[in-house]
Design a protein around this ligand. Structure first.
Ligand SMILES: Nc1ncnc2c1ncn2[C@@H]1O[C@H](COP(=O)(O)OP(=O)(O)O)[C@@H](O)[C@H]1O
Ligand SMILES: [Mg+2]
Length: 250
């Protein structure tokens, strides 16, 4: 038995009866940042989505154990309450629901689940403004609809804002670096580094090495054709940058 915060074992996942993940294993301890890299279509987002419990992803065998809990039986909202957070590769717009209301509802739900008092409105607004400032979003973004009319970079910053406010145990960040200019990339990296602690863990799903210049991972895994074909330390990412993925045929 391991005491990993996240343990994924021999995971097989199908989408529309098509096998996508084919025996994927990964173990992440509290305090660690792991990067999952790999070519387009390898199954990286499938891993992120199946961890979060997105409908349509059928686990046909294997296990996902999060903080001792088997995720298979848990609804997405239960997983979130347990402290699992997914930053989407393509964050959705929710017109009509203000970012502020959305964040407050999420924070209140987690507080309630943990048997804690909900933060007061004033306290919450202070924290939300602080988090917005950290990711370089003005307070206006808290009043607007969730991601409504946000640019690509603003959406990614907003995902990090959610993470900083919600303080999950495990943050799965799906290509949060993609499409960012260098300034936004550094802001996102600083947010992740500020979030890192001995009590939480981060799974950084990324196609490119450049984020890993700013967020140095403890482990790097290469996902190809539905399984991890190579794992190593942060220097593996540099090798991939130079050589691409082809030399690691699965
Ligand atoms: N909802 C879906 N419907 C059909 N096929 C899907 C779906 N999600 C993923 N796939 C397929 O699964 C494979 C892996 O996709 P994905 O996990 O998005 O890869 P990556 O994030 O590594 O680029 C691709 O062939 C993709 O077309
Ligand atoms: Mg993807």
């Amino acid at each position: 038995m391991s005491n990993a915060l996240l343990e994924v074992d021999s995971l097989h996942v199908e989408v529309d009866d098509k096998p996508i993940l084919k025996g994927l294993g990964i173990a992440v301890q509290a305090g660690e940042v792991h990067a999952v890299m790999g070519p387009n279509g390898a199954g990286k987002s499938t891993l992120a989505n199946v961890l979060a419990g997105r409908p349509g992803y059928a686990v046909t065998s294997g296990a996902m154990i999060f903080d001792g809990v088997d995720l298979a039986d848990r609804l997405p909202e239960e997983r979130a309450l347990l402290g699992l957070f997914l930053a989407f590769q393509y964050p959705v717009e929710i017109p009509g629901l203000s970012n502020m209301e959305f964040l407050k509802a999420a924070i209140d739900a987690r507080a309630k689940h943990a048997g804690l008092d909900e933060p007061s409105a004033a306290d919450f607004i202070k924290r939300a403004r602080e988090a917005a400032g950290r990711v370089g979003l003005s307070a206006d973004f808290l009043r607007r609809g969730v991601n409504e009319g946000f640019s690509g970079g603003e959406k990614k910053r907003n995902e990090i804002l959610q993470m900083l406010l919600l303080q999950p145990r495990l943050a799965v960040l799906d290509e949060t670096d993609s499409g960012l200019d260098i300034d936004a990339l550094q802001v996102v990296a600083a947010g992740i580094n500020a979030f890192r602690s001995a009590n939480n863990a981060v799974l950084l799903v990324t196609h490119y090495q450049r984020l890993l210049n700013y967020v140095v991972p403890d482990r790097v895994h290469v996902l190809a054709d539905g399984r991890i074909v190579r794992s190593g330390d942060h220097t593996l990412a540099e090798q991939l940058e130079q050589k691409g993925y082809g030399w690691l045929a699965s």
